[in-house]
Write a protein that binds this ligand. Structure first.
Ligand SMILES: Nc1ncnc2c1ncn2[C@@H]1O[C@H](COP(=O)(O)OP(=O)(O)OP(=O)(O)O)[C@@H](O)[C@H]1O
Ligand SMILES: [Zn+2]
Length: 779
């Protein structure tokens, strides 16, 4: 009641404010999904929220405001997206209640980008804004406690006379040589030891420690590993040519996209780092997007070696840390932002360049609303900033490839077909599993030729990487008498047996149960474990190569923070001879001592119900093959497959991207799939399968009806609806899932129709649906 009264007191009826018939209004969208209030709403801006003498409470675009909404005047938080003078209509507008942010959270240009996303991805603007602005951006500044070590002067004076074990001596000398105090992990890194010798030094009183509470940003700065500055490398001819292409794009009056297509190890990263050095030299900032999994100290280190002020954004950061980084970026203190997908929204004030490394990676597409693709958002952002967008990959997406290889003068292609330093591409050979199975009776996962190659590599003191894209021990559990298959009760997919934890696990919803000792169906004793997961492969490798140290990398073993880095460090130091795991080992690793890569089953993703199945297979095999032969010792690759003749596998074996594209593109073209057309996927889910399917059937009719006008314009504009059908993942967490695909060669027409359908479609209770524009995930 009190709030109401003060409200009336401050807020005289607006007909008194404005006799001329015009009023200052703010256009707002409700925050988040909007609580049922989708769309834009106008409110009057009361005088006290328009006072230039009080900039902290002024209504302006990019700030959040509190508004009364609906009949009961629910107070909702909203984003102000525009302010203007409007003729007062007959209908009386309500007034803003409060301005919540003392300054805009988002610039006008980022607001325009968000509007584009809302429109393109058919998502409410309020929800897009919550994605563009990290949750922590309005959070309070944080502090952090840091232990700092230094060497007392008295100790430093007799440093050379101390009797110490080797590691302690090294640590003490490193600390004494440092110009600033160091934290224990920092010192451990510098002296290449664990924290044990450092603790020993502290106990002996040879090292002083104090605890300080620092601003998070300061703490980050201090805790950043100390790195030696590296100079730019002398570029080879292909690299120099690629750099020149990017530098020319920096001069162009409009934004250009440069696709760097370079084989693995061709020195792509070095080229774009040099381009960024130029950009930073003009006082502008660069954003580098990398897949989350490659945000390793190794990658980040390469940027630290070359730039003074970098910010790293990743998904494990706390709100407070993220907020800090955000503010430093917005203040122009940061030269290079390195981060995963959402770093595309980093508020750099003078953006000079965006780079997307491993551009083909699926993780650049967000799988919740707004289902944006960072490549498309980056392109829009680069266009607005008139800055180049650099895409880099050994296996570009066909979307990027066709654009770069086509007539568009603003889409350029730079090829780097050779590895740096004259290193040859690794020799790749396929092993036909059909023939092998006949020869050796189908025992185990490792064929004889692969086994021999592993032996040879190990004897030669080389390291081995084995890829198997399936975690767990056995991929399914079946009764040998009646054929009963153990399934997840919520997802109707086969449960995977995990031997280390002795559970049958659903990889979709995490449902788990102990594996049955008798068949739940026919009650006969014993069940069989079929199929191959990484755990079983690990057991086989340990049994066959007992003297090798084996490390398994998959989401089961890499759960704890830092485990990924520790594993890669152990591999780099040579403590591990065989690294085996899922696709997380296929990416970006640069270990010169890897002389053999084995792909256990190259076909595993080849027949997925996804029009990109061949492309994914080609990418995976090519990328993992690229992890070998990166040193002087050369390297080879063995690819086990049931289909050595499949074009995707055959092209990967020859490192021949152009051949892969030439084989795949006509098929896409014939069917009107991307990059020759656009696809939208609709997914509906609910507990009642009939209702779910009926909703999509209705959607299909609505799409066809709205599509008629485009169908009439001929095949270049027509829409084609495929489905509805049960989604490949038919049941998930107790809900049935159906999907349909719509495709058209005319992306704009498709978009227009889907906009109308999304606005019209009403789902019954218990059924939810989403529209995925440019889908990547087809499950
Ligand atoms: N011009 C050069 N002279 C000498 N060494 C170079 C040069 N360019 C790059 N290198 C080195 O070669 C290795 C591979 O380079 P880089 O990582 O840039 O290649 P890449 O194409 O990005 O690799 P990938 O995509 O396969 O991970 C790195 O160790 C890098 O430091
Ligand atoms: Zn499940």
């Amino acid at each position: 009641m009190a709030a109401q009264q003060s409200l009336f007191a401050d807020d005289p009826p607006d007909w008194e404010q404005d006799a001329a018939g015009e009023a200052l209004t703010a256009t707002v969208v409700m925050a988040g999904a909007g609580g049922g209030a989708a769309g834009e709403f106008d409110y009057l801006v009361p005088d006290q929220l328009a006072d230039p003498r009080n900039p902290e409470t002024r209504a302006e675009p990019g700030r959040r405001v509190l508004v009364p909404f609906g009949r009961g005047d629910r107070r909702l938080s909203a984003y102000c997206v525009a302010v203007g003078v409007k003729p007062r209509g007959a209908r009386r507008l309500k007034s803003l209640l409060e301005v919540l942010d003392p300054a805009p959270l988002i610039s006008e240009s980022m607001l325009r980008l968000a509007r584009w996303m809302a429109e393109y991805y058919l998502t409410p603007l309020g929800q897009v804004l919550e994605t563009v602005l990290p949750a922590g951006v309005r959070g309070a500044a944080g502090t952090r406690e840091v232990t700092l070590l230094s060497v007392p002067t008295a100790v430093a004076a007799r440093l050379t006379r101390l009797e110490l074990p080797e590691k302690q001596r090294r640590a003490l000398e490193s600390l004494a040589a440092s110009t600033k105090p160091l934290s224990p992990p920092q010192l451990a890194k510098l002296a290449d030891c664990t924290t044990a010798p450092i603790n020993a030094l502290r106990k002996k009183g040879l090292v002083e420690s104090r605890v300080e509470r620092l601003d998070t940003a300061q703490a980050d700065e201090l805790l950043a590993p100390t790195v030696e500055r590296q100079q730019p490398k002398q570029l080879n001819k292909d690299q120099a040519h690629t750099l020149a292409t990017i530098l020319a794009a920096l001069e162009a009056p409009q934004s250009q996209t440069v696709l760097i297509h370079g084989v693995t190890g061709s020195g792509k990263t070095e080229v774009y780092i040099q381009a960024i050095e130029r950009v930073v030299g003009f006082g502008r900032q660069a954003i580098v997007l990398v897949p989350e999994i490659s945000l390793t100290p190794q990658t980040v280190g390469r940027f630290r070696e070359r730039f003074d002020h970098i910010a790293v954004l990743h998904s494990h950061q706390s709100d407070v840390e993220r907020h800090r980084q955000w503010r430093r970026i917005a203040a122009g203190e940061i030269q290079v932002v390195v981060g995963a997908r959402s770093a595309v929204f980093a508020p750099t004030p003078h953006l000079g360049l965006i780079v997307i490394d491993e551009e083909h990676e699926t993780s650049f597409k967000q799988d919740t609303a707004p289902r944006y693709h960072a490549r498309e958002v980056a392109r829009r952002r680069a266009e607005a900033a008139r800055a180049p967008l650099v895409l880099s990959s050994a296996t570009p997406s066909l979307e990027a490839w066709v654009r770069a290889d086509g007539p568009d003068p603003d889409a350029l292609l730079a090829s780097m077909p050779r590895r740096v330093g004259g290193l040859p591409m690794p020799d790749v050979r396929t092993i036909d599993l059909v023939q092998e199975a006949h020869g050796r009776g189908g025992r185990g996962a490792i064929s004889r030729p692969l086994s021999q190659a592993i032996h040879a590599s190990l004897e030669d003191r080389g390291q081995v990487i084995l890829l198997l894209n399936r975690r767990g021990f056995s991929t399914h559990v079946r009764c040998p008498s009646c054929g009963y298959l153990l399934e997840c009760p919520h997802c109707e997919t086969a449960l995977t047996f995990h031997r280390d934890t002795n559970v049958a696990l659903c990889h979709w919803c995490d449902y788990r149960e102990p594996p049955p000792r008798i068949c739940p169906d026919c009650k006969s004793a014993g069940v069989n474990y079929h199929g191959l997961g990484t755990q079983k492969l690990e057991a086989e490798v340990r049994a066959r190569f007992p003297s090798a140290n084996v490390l398994r990398m998959d989401t089961d073993t890499m759960r704890s923070p830092g485990s990924h880095e520790r594993a890669l460090d152990a591999f780099r130091r040579g403590e591990v001879q065989v690294l085996l795991g899922t696709q997380m080992i296929a990416k970006g690793l640069d270990f010169p001592n890897v002389t053999l890569v084995g792909v256990i089953n190259a076909d595993s993703a080849l027949h997925w119900p996804d029009f990109r199945a061949s492309e994914r297979t080609f990418q995976l095999v090519t990328q993992v093959a690229g992890r070998t032969g990166r040193g002087e010792r050369g390297g080879r690759v063995m690819v086990q497959t049931f289909e050595p003749g499949h074009p995707a596998i055959a092209a990967a074996v020859r490192h021949d991207y152009a051949a892969f594209a030439a084989g795949e593109l006509p098929e896409r073209e014939a069917l009107g799939y991307p990059p020759y057309g656009s696809v939208v996927r609709m997914i509906a889910r609910g507990e009642n399968a009939k209702l779910v399917e009926a909703l999509l059937a209705k959607a299909a009719d609505t799409i066809r009806r709205h599509g008629e006008e485009f169908d009439a314009m001929g095949p270049a504009h027509a829409l084609r609806v495929i489905g509805p059908a049960p989604a490949p993942l038919e049941k998930l967490r107790g809900e049935y899932r159906f999907h349909l695909l719509v495709r058209s060669r005319d992306g704009a027409a498709l978009h227009r129709v889907m906009q109308r359908v999304a606005a019209e479609l009403e789902a019954p209770d218990g059924v939810r649906w989403v529209v995925d524009v440019d889908p990547v995930d087809m499950m």
